[in-house]
Write a protein that binds this ligand. Structure first.
Ligand code: 4AD
Ligand code: MG
Length: 465
């Protein structure tokens, strides 16, 4: 049998072909037993569940059996039999065992169960082998697949936007520089400034904070596109919801206005939650049992409720009258903090909330300006426990208005001439948003720190793996 055709543990656990032989390969989770019989819980990552392998110890080489310890990688061929034990319906009676790689119990860090999340972050190279990270990684995979499926089924095209850019999409200046210049002794201009014309691209370049601006160019040709790629922010936010490198999903749609944008965001999020509940049921139940007894209830709560849609001014009024002491005081014009967002979602409305029409001074230059001269058609989708999960807007499609906003905000126009040109040639009303992929994984898994839903988190002072 070809390796690719070999049934994985997930499949074998569902079979009733008793008496048939199978070849299993995987990592030992536990071994118990005695001189005569050993029970090995084997896992190959295809499912949260282990298969029990029964070894008739005297029939095997004793030294080899000794090497079968937690963490070891083994290949077992054996017969599928009905299990007498509790907790499983089938097991494998081993006929032949090969140890691919032992894991010395004296030093293997995942010897016992129940390690703290903090400790597991220090062994990010091994934590995929825990039940928790196996579940998180499978959910991440299915969520990513569901995202592509949703867009493909709804007429969107996947567009690959650049990682290295010469512009600052969000205008927030929180970017990682990309440069090959000698950091100690860079070439300098006559004014003593670093001379980026001598750099690799002949100009200053950075890692992208968002694929939106390039995504808009695609929407002005294909009508509906989405990007799904890594984005980078050099903001010094050491919180359980911020990463310096995270994945963002950004649909961009010609002819959609702010209400269409909200409709899409709500439908998209509900679809994805339903999709993961259907494809990852066992993993979700495991996470619910281990970490968060309200997990599935919270997911259903999103599916069962229409998202509340309010304008920023209304949100501020609610917060001002909440009778709460805020760490960050609220008044019209301030940016809402996580404590405010969560109050609106968890206490006031008790459902997901979409806030629109923010003060223009706290939002990016590209958002469509309202006629009141004070607000823009931005939108944030707020979730329980997470706060902002989506940020988006209708875009300013009017050339003059966009240009004057860029000037007002002191953004260098020479970096954005191509973006402005779309408003000169066949401009159209359009809108889009960005979903923080890890924030949705955080919500779906019930984990409490975003560092635990990405294989190798990048945060301030941490890029070890
Ligand atoms: O609200 P943001 O900054 O919006 C944009 O970047 C727009 N260009 C999107 C668009 O309209 N196409 O980011 C979008 C989302 C946030 O709502 C949040 O979920 C996530 O990205 N996000 C982060 N996730 C993890 N770590 C960070 N540091 C994040 N910053 C934003
Ligand atoms: Mg935002």
């Amino acid at each position: 049998m070809k390796e690719a055709d070999r049934p994985k543990i997930k499949e074998i656990l569902g079979l009733k072909d008793f008496g048939k032989d199978f070849l299993l390969k995987g990592w030992v989770r536990t071994k118990r037993g005695n001189k005569n019989i050993a029970f090995v819980a084997l896992n190959d990552g295809s499912t949260i569940n282990n298969i029990q392998v029964v070894i008739d110890v005297p029939a095997f080489d004793g030294e080899m059996v000794e090497k079968i310890t937690t963490g070891a990688c083994i290949a077992v061929s054996g017969t599928l039999v009905e299990s007498m034990g509790k907790g499983q319906s089938v097991e494998i009676q081993a006929k032949d065992v090969e140890v691919y790689g032992a894991a010395d119990p004296e030093v293997y860090p995942l010897q016992k169960k129940g390690h703290s999340m903090e400790f597991l972050r220090e062994i990010a190279h091994l934590r995929p082998r825990t039940n928790t990270f196996g579940a998180v990684l499978r959910i991440r995979h299915h969520l990513a697949y569901g995202i592509h499926k949703y867009f493909n089924d709804n007429g969107f095209f996947y567009m690959h936007t650049p990682i290295i850019t010469g512009s600052d999409a969000e205008g927030a200046g929180e970017m990682f520089r990309v440069s090959v210049l000698d950091p100690v002794n860079p070439p300098r201009t006559n004014d003593g400034e670093v001379d980026y014309t001598k750099d690799f691209f002949g100009k200053e370049t950075n890692l992208t904070v968002s694929g939106q601006l390039e995504g808009e160019l695609g929407a002005m040709a294909l009508s509906k596109i989405y990007t799904f790629g890594p984005t980078f922010r050099a903001e010094n936010s050491n919180t359980p919801r911020h990463l310096a490198e995270f994945w963002m999903v950004e649909p961009e749609m010609a002819f959609h206005e702010i209400d269409d944008n909200m409709d899409l965001a709500e439908d998209f999020l509900k679809y994805l939650i339903r999709y993961v509940m259907e494809t990852c049921n066992e993993d979700l139940e495991f996470l619910q049992k281990m970490y968060d007894e309200e997990l599935l209830g919270r997911l259903n709560f999103i599916l069962d409720n229409d998202f509340e849609r309010i304008v920023y001014t209304e949100a501020v009024e609610i917060l001002e009258n909440a009778g709460q002491k805020w760490e960050f005081p609220v008044s019209w014009g301030v940016d809402l903090q996580s404590e405010h967002e969560r109050y609106l979602v968890e206490k006031h409305f008790n459902k997901p909330v979409i806030i629109t029409d923010y003060p223009r001074d706290i939002k990016a230059f590209y958002m469509k300006q309202n006629d009141d001269g004070k607000t823009v058609r931005g939108m944030d989708v707020l979730f329980p426990r997470i706060g902002e999960i989506i940020g988006g807007s209708q875009r300013e499609e009017n050339y003059e208005k966009l240009e004057s906003r860029i000037d007002e905000m002191g953004i260098p126009k020479k970096d954005l001439w191509w973006y402005l040109e779309t408003r000169q040639f066949g401009t159209a009303p359009h809108a889009g948003f960005g979903l923080g992929f890890e924030r949705l994984v955080l919500f779906l898994t019930g984990m409490s720190n975003i560092r635990d839903v990405i294989p190798f988190p990048r945060t301030p002072k941490n890029a070890d793996f």
